[in-house]
Design a protein around this ligand. Structure first.
Ligand code: HPA
Length: 270
């Protein structure tokens, strides 16, 4: 595994030259953030050795390098989901490569269903913590001490400093920012009303099918993490709305300008 990660990192280093300390994973419908980056280099997942290729509609696969908010960053346009059939090591492979490239901070975004009764469609939620309901942990198996410790703490999986900074920006820019716990599920089904209710009772505010694997590996790698969910639909016992992929994408696209503003300013001020 180490040799594979290093081979991919070496390829990227050679192709790109300068490597960044900040990486961004763009979620469903949030690809527009990529348009804010003054791109210096783009790599198709197809051309990167050992990289999985994304299959889902609406997720194109590109690694982007360039400047955002005055900082040099890399961004993943298109991520790998467990529901596509990738295993947890494949889903998190890009984060390992980022680690090898010297990335210190990971910003992640996703679309999620809201269980918190205060939430509205289009809300932006800062992820304060998560609950891992994937059937497997990406760190299962042999541990490589070079990559991280066998039993990593997850007490501050999402950086308190970055959350505080985002809150400050939200206040200044008058962005309605919610806080909440993200429940990560394997998908690809949306939840039954009883499941939304169950996730709310166990402490979740929003639910989605990504992010948790990458954030676990980023923490293992010693990175600081910041995450946001765009609430694209609402679920619960009394909610009769039926979520669809199209609706999720539309709601995410609508929230894009807000998310772009928040993330760009956050990077600028980091
Ligand atoms: N459930 C799971 N994943 C999601 C949802 C949802 O309601 N909305 C967007 N991604």
């Amino acid at each position: 595994m180490l040799a594979t990660i290093r081979q991919t990192a070496e390829y990227i280093k050679e192709a790109v030259g300068k490597t960044p300390e900040i990486a961004i994973i763009l979620g469903t419908g949030l690809g527009d953030l990529a348009n804010q980056i003054e791109i210096t280099k783009e790599l198709d997942y197809k051309e990167i050795p050992n990289f999985p290729v994304s299959t889902v509609e609406g997720h194109s696969g590109k690694l982007i390098f360039g400047n955002l908010g005055g900082k040099y960053v890399m961004a993943m346009k298109g991520r790998f989901h467990y529901y596509e059939g990738y295993d947890m090591k494949q889903v998190t492979f890009p984060v390992r490569v980022m680690q090898c490239l010297g990335v210190k901070t990971l910003l992640v975004s996703n679309a999620a269903g809201g269980m918190n009764k205060e939430f509205e469609v289009g809300d932006v939620m800062i992820i304060t913590d998560h609950i891992n309901l994937f059937p497997e942990n990406p760190l299962r198996g042999k541990n490589y001490e070079e990559l991280g410790t066998r039993f990593p703490a997850m007490t501050e999986a999402y950086s308190h400093d970055l959350i505080a900074l985002a809150d400050k920006i939200g206040e200044e820019e008058k962005i309605r920012l919610m806080h909440g716990v993200y429940v990560g599920t394997p998908g690809p089904t949306f939840e039954t009303p009883a499941e939304y209710e169950y996730f709310r009772i166990i402490g979740g505010d929003a639910v989605g099918m990504s992010t948790v694997p990458e954030v676990i590996v980023a923490n293992h790698a010693g990175m600081k993490v910041f995450g946001i969910s765009v609430i694209t639909d609402l679920g619960g016992k009394d909610v009769t709305q039926v979520p669809t992929h199209e609706e999720v994408q539309q709601a995410a696209v609508k929230a894009q300008p807000t998310v772009v503003k928040l993330v760009t300013t956050l990077v600028e001020r980091m």
